[in-house]
Design a protein around this ligand. Structure first.
Ligand code: ADP
Length: 467
């Protein structure tokens, strides 16, 4: 099959979260399985700054299309400096860029215009609201174009909460017919909703775990689109994300202080010392280190962590966080690090190298998400023998099994409610088991035995493309 993957972020070119990791790895896994696979994304400033130098491939109306071969995958970049040559991908901590509707509306049109130059495609795989207008443009405006019409269009939802909501005035500016502005069309409580276009006009919809696929059909997790999703229930599938073990593997990880593997975890202790030093925390092998790497957004339950911090430290744990996001949370964690100097470290930044160090150097990895479509760091944590402590929701609930000290089965610690007491009970449990080295080793080995390589998830996508 010939597949074009459309994403607003792709690792290693541009990344703010998990979508980039998926868009970086899935096309590669498909190529390894013998398919022709391409990706298209905006040509952001960060791509230029990082020194990637794609070649000019085609001059098209209003933009230039650039090309680069990366591993086995053809990567296309839509260049329009007015829209994409900015410091961030979507906005600053103060808020989203006000012209995001135009930026990603333009991207959608540019992708459609690029398709004839990219090849004889079978599958067009769009992701999240930033590419959600593409199915609409193709199905409504290109009915007579045989090459576009034969495409099977898949739309993957990585997060229901980000739908691309804009003022009605953008309808005309994006060439969207006014008659589509109804509750059955693109309207969402008086605003234009990009994600609705993806859900309505795609042939099939996927999301990134089985648990989340059923959750989003409910009012609690559907973010106002559960009704629409229920009309497409038979076309909605959950496929869990994989891990790119060429990027996330302590045996080969170039960012960490000492490489290690499951057979010998001594290197992990060196990594712990290294992270603690980075954050000015004293090393004590009997004191567990809890790590977090996250977008600082309400979704991630970080207010609950802030609330529980004192008691968490009282359990005898240290805590480090790498995060970036809403200014309100950025400043809460800056203050917590000051208040608990020597036991709490916080780096408010996006830092890929430090993310690897924290995965390797932490004993436990905390993910108290209010909702979590899949979650990737718990899967990375397995590989680094870092035990996840997670809220039992979405992909976290699907992938982490509560540890039972009697049977010695399980891969982490789960808690049900999004509150301080519930989180603390799970952390307390983890700290207790940490003190029993035999049990802790058994738990780490269970984590290490997990296999989330992309090849098996990519196979599921292939089956799905073939349906
Ligand atoms: P989401 O996509 O909701 O942000 P995921 O768990 O699916 O959450 O993926 C998050 C990805 O982004 C992981 O690869 C994680 O390591 C990375 N990440 C998140 N915040 C940061 C940060 N501040 N610095 C470096 N990497 C980060």
């Amino acid at each position: 099959m010939n597949v074009l993957f459309v994403s607003s972020e792709v690792f290693p070119f541009a990344k703010t979260g998990g979508l980039a990791d998926v868009a970086g790895a899935l096309p590669d896994a498909l190529a390894k399985n013998g398919h022709t696979s391409s990706i298209i994304l905006p040509f952001y400033k960060c791509v230029k700054d990082a020194g990637f130098s794609p070649e000019l491939f085609k001059k098209l109306k209003g933009f230039n299309l650039y090309f680069l071969k990366h591993n086995g995958v053809s990567v296309y970049f839509v260049e329009n400096d007015k829209y994409y040559n900015r410091d961030e991908l979507y906005g600053t901590p103060q808020g989203d860029y006000p012209d995001n509707a135009l930026r990603f509306g333009f991207f959608a049109k540019a992708v459609v215009a690029s398709i004839p130059h990219i090849g004889d495609l079978d599958i067009l795989h769009c992701n999240d609201w930033q590419s959600a207008l593409i199915p609409l443009y193709i199905r409504l405006f290109h009915k007579k174009d045989a090459a576009l019409n034969k495409l099977k269009i898949i739309f993957t939802i990585h997060n229901m909460a980000y739908q691309g909501l804009f003022g009605r005035e953008f309808m005309a500016r994006l060439s969207l017919p006014g008659k589509l502005f109804t509750p059955n069309g693109l309207e969402f409580w008086g605003r234009l909703n990009f994600m609705k276009a993806g859900i309505i006009y795609s042939d099939a919809i996927t999301t990134v775990s089985k648990g989340y696929a059923s959750e989003i059909l409910t009012e609690e997790f559907g973010c106002g689109l559960d009704g629409l999703l229920r009309t497409r229930e038979k076309d909605l599938h959950g496929i869990v994300n994989g891990v790119d073990y060429s990027v996330w593997n302590p045996a080969t990880d170039k960012f960490i202080a000492k490489q290690y593997s499951g057979k010998n975890l001594e290197g992990k202790e060196e990594c712990k010392k290294d992270v603690l030093k980075e954050f000015g925390i004293k090393y004590d092998k009997d004191q567990p280190l809890i790590g977090m790497i996250t977008r600082l957004a309400e979704q991630k339950g970080i207010d609950i962590v802030a609330d529980a911090m004192k008691e968490m430290l009282a359990l005898g744990a240290d805590f480090v966080l790498l995060g970036f996001g809403d200014e309100k949370y950025n400043s809460i964690f800056r203050s917590l690090a000051k208040e608990h100097k020597g036991h709490v470290g916080a780096k408010i930044d996006f830092d890929n190298a430090l993310a690897h160090k924290i995965e390797a150097g932490s004993d436990m990895f905390l993910m108290p998400s209010r909702y979590e479509p899949c979650g990737l760091n718990q899967l990375y944590s397995f590989k680094y023998a870092t035990v996840p402590v997670v809220r039992a929701v979405g992909g976290l609930d699907d992938t982490v099994e509560n540890f039972d000290p009697i049977t010695k089965k399980g891969t982490g610690f789960k808690f049900k409610d999004a509150n301080r007491e519930s989180l603390l009970a799970a952390v307390k449990n983890a700290v207790t088991i940490f003190k029993d080295k035999t049990l802790w080793n058994a738990l780490q080995q269970n984590c290490l035995s997990q296999d989330y390589s992309w090849s098996s998830s990519a196979k599921k996508y292939e089956e799905f493309y073939n349906l």
